[in-house]
Design a protein around this ligand. Structure first.
Ligand SMILES: [Zn+2]
Length: 259
């Protein structure tokens, strides 16, 4: 594992890495409320751990390295809940610009933004294209929870509105790090949001929201049925997909049609 951890290498070792085929993964975490039953480092822990689990699965010949995780990102939607920290969009874009400039100057050609926090999705897409244009590197965004449909049976309400401290997150945490879950406080809270058209995210018509607008406890979804077993059913196939994506990305080339 440690040879995939860029921070543990020397500058000469990094200079000599095979960068033509190869990719650096920059993981993004967040520190934000996760309902009454999960710790504020949930998304930070997920991004860090999912990445390590995927790196362990990569065949030796796949050139893929990771940076340490950036612990604070774009979590302003949780304003009003103690323990939620965030960078402004302007600061986060600047941090990404300057970090990736260092990667480009080191000779890397590909970079992945690996993120497990929904509130980062939009800004990372913006940043990725900016970095592509500014540095010439190939830039990829990966959101592991969306790599595959949820393999565990959940009802429609949970599928649409279960987005935070929900069955998925709570089950996965019960599997990987149960000490981060307060099992006596497993919560349920759905937005009182009756529309077939407007959704919270990732649809054609979204409403801009903060957690305080829609949830008293900070939860979006139903964590009461969460179990470690439901977590493991999700983790295995997701990590396989993540390892597959990193493998494909490590040799990917953007090649416009000739002629
Ligand atoms: Zn989360």
């Amino acid at each position: 594992m440690s040879k995939r951890d860029l921070a543990k290498l020397t500058w000469m070792e990094i200079r000599d890495l095979p960068k033509d085929d190869g990719v650096v993964v920059v993981p993004f975490g967040s520190l934000e409320q996760h309902g009454p039953h999960m710790s504020i480092d949930t998304d930070l822990y997920f991004a860090d751990r999912f990445l390590d689990l995927a790196l362990e699965k990569l065949p030796e010949e796949v050139a893929c390295w990771r940076l340490p995780i950036l612990p604070v990102s774009r979590s302003v939607e949780h304003v009003g809940f103690p323990g939620s920290l965030w960078l402004t969009s302007e600061t986060l874009l600047k941090v990404i610009e300057e970090m990736t400039a260092g990667l480009a100057a080191s000779g890397f050609r590909r970079v992945v933004f690996l993120n497990c926090h929904g509130g980062n999705l939009a800004i990372l897409e913006v940043a990725a294209r900016d970095v592509r244009i500014r540095t010439g590197m190939m830039v990829f965004t990966v959101f592991p929870p969306a790599l595959m449909p949820d393999p565990v049976e959940i009802d429609d309400r949970e599928r649409v509105y279960g987005i935070h401290a929900n069955d998925w997150e709570t089950s996965v945490m019960l599997a990987l790090s149960p000490e981060r879950v307060r099992k006596d406080l497993l919560d349920v809270s759905y937005p009182s949001f009756q529309s077939d058209t407007l959704r919270l995210e990732q649809s054609a018509a979204n409403v801009a929201w903060t957690s305080r607008d829609l949830s008293k406890t900070g939860t979006f979804g139903d964590a009461r049925g969460a179990t470690a077993e439901r977590g493991w059913q999700r983790i295995g196939p997701m990590i396989d997909r993540l390892a597959g994506a990193l493998t494909e990305i490590s040799t990917f080339e953007l090649s416009p049609p000739q002629g």
